[in-house]
Design a protein around this ligand. Sequence first.
Ligand SMILES: C[S@@+](CC[C@H](N)C(=O)[O-])C[C@H]1O[C@@H](n2cnc3c(N)ncnc32)[C@H](O)[C@@H]1O
Length: 187
Amino acid sequence: MKLTELAHEILFPHLLFGDCAVDMTAGNGLDTLFLSKLVGESGHIFSFDIQKAAIEQTNKLMSENQQISNYRLIHSCHTKIEEKIPHSFFQKIKAITFNLGYLPTSNKTIITTPQSTRYAVEKSYEWMAHDGVMTILAYRGHAGGADETETITDWANRVPVHHEMITGNNSPESPVLFVIKKSERFN
Ligand SMILES: C[S@@+](CC[C@H](N)C(=O)[O-])C[C@H]1O[C@@H](n2cnc3c(N)ncnc32)[C@H](O)[C@@H]1O
């Protein structure tokens, strides 16, 4: 199974109709669509991307495949969670997903970076519900990808979070899926 599919499998049991979830890297919109279908008409999805092309692509995918409008596409860096998501959702977000790196069909130099990813992951953890989950799919094969993965590992090892790291295969360049839950010590 691909790690993108595994991420969906992990997120799935955490989401019910009416819940709130966040896609931190909209890209082509596949994760946004997946989350939007799970939370139904009464749910709320917030979906970030710094690229206009990604927001447009996600908007197109959603308009073609989702009849209801339970999502907000945010053309902004995902570090802006506190400014862009209403505070009423603080610690009510049941699922947060990051699929890092670049948009495969677009400019490969527009990429997530260790510093902003770390900040966004930290803020996401604060905003996540106590019974929520966060998945982070990190790629080590491109320039900067290994550093970014190391940064997330470092954060997860230093703070009291429950985390699991699943690698695609044994290659040091294979992608890594982080699954993060709140630790009771943090609550
Ligand atoms: C691998 S793609 C995401 C794939 C997507 N989840 C999907 O289902 O198609 C990574 C995306 O992260 C976006 N990105 C890069 N830096 C970002 C940032 N600081 N904030 C938000 N999005 C960012 C890129 O523009 C790109 O579209």
